[in-house]
Design a protein. Sequence first.
Length: 444
Amino acid sequence: APPRARPHVVLLASPGAGHLIPMAELARRLVELHGFAATIVTFTNLSGSPGQLLPRLPASVATAALPAVRMDDLPADAHDGFVLLELVRRSVPNIRALLRSINDGSSAAPLAALVPDFLCSVALPVAAELGVPGYLFIPSNLALVALTRHILELHEDAAPGEYRDLPVPLELLGGVSLCREDLPDGCGSSRHPGYEQVVELGRRIRAADGILVNTFYEMEPGTAEAFKRLAVPEQAAGAFLFPPVFPVGPFVRGPDPDEAAVGASSPCLEWLDRQPVGSVVYVAFGSGGALSVEQTAELAAGLEASGQRFLWVVRMPRTDGADDEDPSTAGGDDPLAWLPEGFLARTSDRGLAVAAWAPQVRMLAHPATAAFVSHCGWNSTLENVGCGVPMLAWPLYAEQRMNALLLEQKLGMALRVPPSREDGRCLVTRHEIAKAVKELMEGD
Ligand code: UDP
């Protein structure tokens, strides 16, 4: 008899390290642990990110790049999020063509399911057209799914115009309570420009056959239990209709075996190797986060004042403040040029600052690393939880404030830096930073 065809899962990954990295790991496990064939589909536009952002895909996973689509008619000041969603929307005909070619009957691995990540949810109806299930992948947590469900429910139940602001504190399914400051951008009020997108995303999520979430039971036990109960038809009777939710993570990329084989190939690791065990504060804000120029200087001063060893992955500062200079004219495109005068020389015996990128999973797993100052991106969070390093939570945008709340209040893994608001500015002062870092390193 001919060998049985392997079912083929096609995963659709929006650009960005935070989405691609966990999706690549999901694909690898589908192939290596569950006997599927898997193809990761990526977008050609917007791929200008540095090469190291792309995880090295396991050889067992196939890849396909969608053809570029025309985007030059969009206004120059269009918001990044809008551009991304528009790119996916314009690519739907190409996605359909690709899936049809896999589904044409001749393939040894016929199409079995489509798994877009949440920013590619506009492609979900193509799965239904082709008669296969569509599962949505959420690279974040169950709390975000619960929040989206909650907003959608409020929105759909309200008479038009009746509901404007989310009632706070917001009690989510599973016992997470959010105040206004913890809400992700665009979620708090129907008057926020991002609100429509949140509702639209919620509607599409609701149409999925199932939701795969990059988290695990112990990270969010209350919410996991609540979703489990809702999956039992008798218990869900009368509840807001929503697809089944599966915590299937954590999808953390292990250290690259080839890299590990050649030893400490990165200057960061070589430096860490020379530091005492449990002595270094690792500081990184992910692939998309940026501090203001003023905040970058304040962080430098705080690290200096803490007296601790540190390894800081410095990103280009953001320059939307009135006092900030334009980096292209002032510091060029070298993030280190934005550090305060003399800072690198004064701290050279105990600190290392590197531009843009470090092999994070290996940094967190290194015995010299004792604490992590983090923007609380969900991948960073999971990577760090796996290494058991206490955190200083410094959320910047998206759902990071909510992640910080889970880490601080539910899991007891993080301290939080309180931003001070002065003259309309929002700044974490050097004093707070030094105090918190010391507390992390020396306190209970
Ligand atoms: N990352 C890295 N080196 C860096 C910064 C980030 O390897 O210097 C990786 C990090 O390990 C994580 C991902 O990039 O896997 C960032 O995802 P996360 O969800 O933490 O934050 P985002 O970049 O989406 O804000």
